[in-house]
Design a protein around this ligand. Structure first.
Ligand code: GLA
Length: 756
């Protein structure tokens, strides 16, 4: 513990790795100091983490008591440079024709600092107290990995606590801003970004994630420009079209080279991400919750916490940022209970029966699903109330006795007798106006007074800020989970919430937290219950919801060709272990495209595999192929869900990805040819992640009986189905293996195993 005088006057906080920091509470007394660089005597706080593949990461914050804090360095460590040197290296003069000294960015770029780019904190007390100027009050370290910088503005009555954690293993940064009202009147918070990140000037390109229903995770890349790049989500869920994330890269950045960063906001409600590039060329990234007018009104003593910003940075391209984020999700976000369990093969009933439930038929489907190797049977929409279509019954969470006279238990027991877990679909936050629930409680929905409800899949959003609503939902869900011994919930959410008002007030913030709390309460009551986050496919797939759930439904689109693109793009943030990917029907219900079972299986294996089709409609041959594919998934899921994921750079029309064991022992590669080949021979396929000086045996493990057109190919020549090709890791990584000629819409899986 250091006294206030010590911290305010000296270089006390210039820290090396894991050096102890003063306990929180070490405070500055007396007057506020000038900007640190003007004083010429700054103090620095530092976190350093191992990072994957020895790429240590550090965060250095100039945090001089009484001065404004600022990030000096975030990225791969520069081991022989001191914070002072890095700070000096970055010293910039004031531009001509501007303020007499350069105004630095701070952790909130507050309006009171005079910085000309957009503020990261907008607050006011009835029009006053908005020119906030936060100065460091204390610096503390929690454990080895967390740095807490507390700043105050006594004039405005505000304290901001900035919390940075660098995962000691992955080097991933998690950062949060908490603003507290220390004044004596109400404080309106209009915007409170997670700590503002200065953008490395080399990162000239910005990639955002757009999309639509059944077409999630589409990337849009643009050159960074002076002015504001901004994306806002007002859908009341993570949304199909504004996944809250940004990739930043340099003009020559690839998967394996160049500076890159990947930034995500762990939040399932409304969000805003922006990059402001000033006229002087400096740029700042902000990510936070998009708040509705008046939504956050802090009474004295109350505080507001921004969602977590989660970010990875690499000097070796976008591949390492994804690998670090995947490892971070597995280590720090997901529940170890489910994370350590092999991800079971799903059978989902939706595309087999839709709303046409029949107990005998479902039991037969369960038999067929078990036969091909399913390990979890998920009964989708249509089992409750008057839910015979999407027009009625939502909200009435009582088993339809006309279909299931003995409740769900007989079906669930049948499923379990086949060795499968029993999963059940719910859409707790929603109600059909044509439901007993809505007839009894028309006031239980979100919506502005006097504003017409806009229909959206015939449903309205329940107001979960009302305790009576969450009590009702909790009781209904818990009763059914208990009665039918439900192992798994597919938790859906099928509309945008466009009028998120509870009474007169904006309620999206409270609603989002209420959903998280409801899920947590159920998990507490049923510790083995697993939950999937679905929202018309992938509209609620984010790190916020993953703190409470175990899997996401990536997209309603089961077209294997479309899935190749969706899953490749989602892999920038989502690890394969939580990415639901199912074998769909031969003719895709959404795109109408007909694809072989070989192709459908190959695409589903690279994720958390399942199936969602009427097995009676498939030929015996295709069912046998599916069973073989499921067996292959089971053989390799340990590797798929724990290894390093690589997006391999290949020309169109190829999509190649691989997962390599962290110890270099093995790798599995998926290479799909999505369209027609422009050249008459295909290219070579490099295989990353292998140890250069080890020898590997490469085999083609899928499809079982490939049909490569043309003359004898490498498949026969190198005996890829038999003994396999034996070659060094370096040659496979650098030169790659020549692909055989492939038909469009086919995919091969290769497995490389190190020789001992
Ligand atoms: C959403 C989901 C589907 C299915 C239906 C049921 O669209 O994304 O997987 O569960 O709802 O109504």
């Amino acid at each position: 513990m250091s006294s206030a005088g010590e911290t305010a006057s000296g270089k006390l906080d210039c820290m090396s790795d894991y050096e102890a920091m003063p306990e929180s509470g070490a405070a500055a007394t007396g007057h506020l100091h000038e900007c640190a660089t003007e004083r010429g005597d700054p103090s620095f706080a530092q976190l350093k983490s191992a990072g994957l593949d020895s790429r240590a990461v550090s965060l250095i914050v100039e945090a001089t008591i009484g001065a404004r804090p600022r990030i000096v360095h975030w990225g791969e460590s520069l081991p022989d440079s001191t914070p002072e040197e890095l700070s000096l290296l970055a010293f910039a003069q004031s531009p001509l024709g501007s303020a007499t000294r350069l105004i630095h960015g701070s952790l909130s770029n507050e309006p009171g600092t005079g910085i000309a780019t957009a503020p990261g904190l907008l607050v006011q007390r009835e029009g006053t107290a908005w020119t906030v100027d936060l100065r460091v009050h204390s610096v503390a370290k929690e454990g080895q990995a967390t740095l807490v910088i507390t700043c105050t503005d006594p004039r405005c009555g505000i304290t901001a606590t900035y919390r940075f954690t660098l995962c000691p293993v992955t080097g991933v940064l998690s950062a949060q801003t908490v603003v507290a009202n220390t004044g004596e009147s109400g404080l309106a918070v209009e915007w409170c970004a997670a700590p503002v990140l200065p953008v490395d000037r080399r990162l000239e390109q910005v990639t955002g994630f757009s999309g639509r229903w059944a077409g999630e995770f589409q990337q849009e890349t643009t050159e960074r420009f002076r002015g504001t790049y901004m994306r806002e989500n007002r859908a009341g869920r993570t949304s199909h079209d504004m996944f809250p994330a940004i990739l930043l890269s340099g003009p020559c950045t690839s998967e394996t080279h160049g500076p890159a960063s990947a930034v995500h906001l762990a939040w399932s409600g409304n969000a805003r991400l922006r990059i402001d590039t000033a006229q002087d060329g400096r740029a700042f990234l902000q990510a936070g919750e998009l708040l509705l007018p008046g939504e956050i009104a802090l009474q004295p003593g109350e505080s507001y916490a921004s969602p977590l910003l989660v970010a990875a940075m690499s000097e070796s391209g976008l591949g390492p940022t994804s690998q670090a984020l995947h490892a971070h999700v597995r280590r720090n976000i997901l529940d170890p209970r489910t994370n350590d369990k092999p991800r079971p093969v799903h059978y989902n009933t939706w595309e087999a029966v839709y709303f046409d439930h029949d107990e005998a038929r479902l039991k037969d489907l369960a038999n067929r699903a078990a036969e091909v190797g399913a390990e979890r049977f998920v009964l989708d929409d249509g089992w409750f109330g008057s839910r015979r279509s999407d027009a009625a019954g939502l909200g009435d969470w009582f088993v339809s006795k006309d279909i299931y006279p003995g409740g769900l238990r007989p079906l669930a027991d049948h499923v379990r007798s086949l060795g499968m877990e029993f999963g059940l679909w719910f859409e707790p936050e929603m109600v059909n106006p044509d439901s007993d629930l809505f007839r009894a409680h028309p006031d239980w929905v979100l919506g502005g007074e006097g504003i017409e409800h806009v229909p959206f899949r015939n449903q309205l959003t329940l107001d979960l800020t009302k305790p009576e609503v969450t009590d009702y939902l909790y009781r209904c869900i818990a009763d059914i989970v208990e009665e039918a011994q439900v192992d798994y919930i597919k938790w859906d959410m099928n509309r945008d919430t466009v009028h998120p008002a509870s009474g007169e007030r904006g309620a999206m913030h409270r609603q989002t937290h209420a959903v998280y709390a409801l899920i947590d309460a159920l998990r507490e009551r049923f510790p083995d219950l697993e939950i999937e986050s679905c929202a018309s496919g992938g509209a609620r797939a984010d790190y916020g919801v993953l703190q409470h759930t175990d899997r996401v439904w990536t997209s309603d689109n089961n077209d294997a060709l479309d899935r190749q693109a969706i899953q490749r793009s989602a892999s920038h943030f989502l690890p394969l272990s939580i990415m639901g990917s199912h074998v769909g029907p031969r003719r895709c219900h959404i795109t109408g495209r007909v694809l072989s079972m070989d192709m459908r299986v190959a695409s589903a294996i690279v994720g958390h595999m399942g199936m969602e089709l009427d097995l009676e409609d498939e030929t015996a041959e295709d069912r046998a192929t599916l069973a073989a594919g499921i067996a292959l998934y089971k053989q390799h899921r340990g590797l798929l869900h724990s290894g390093r994921f690589h997006r391999i750079a290949m020309p169109e029309p190829f999509n190649a990805v691989s997962v390599s064991a962290v110890n270099g022992d093995e790798t599995i590669v998926s290479c799909a040819m999505l369209g027609s080949l422009p050249t008459s021979l295909p290219p070579r396929l490099p295989i990353p992640g292998l140890t250069p000086d080890r020898r590997y045996r490469v085999k083609l493990v899928w499809p079982q009986a490939p049909e490569f057109p043309g003359t004898r190919s490498i498949y026969e020549e190198a005996d890829l189905a038999g003994e396999g090709l034996q070659v060094q890791g370096a040659a496979l990584g650098r030169l790659g293996i020549q692909l055989p000629l492939m038909h469009p819409a086919t995919c091969i899986l290769l497995h490389c195993k190190a020789e001992h």
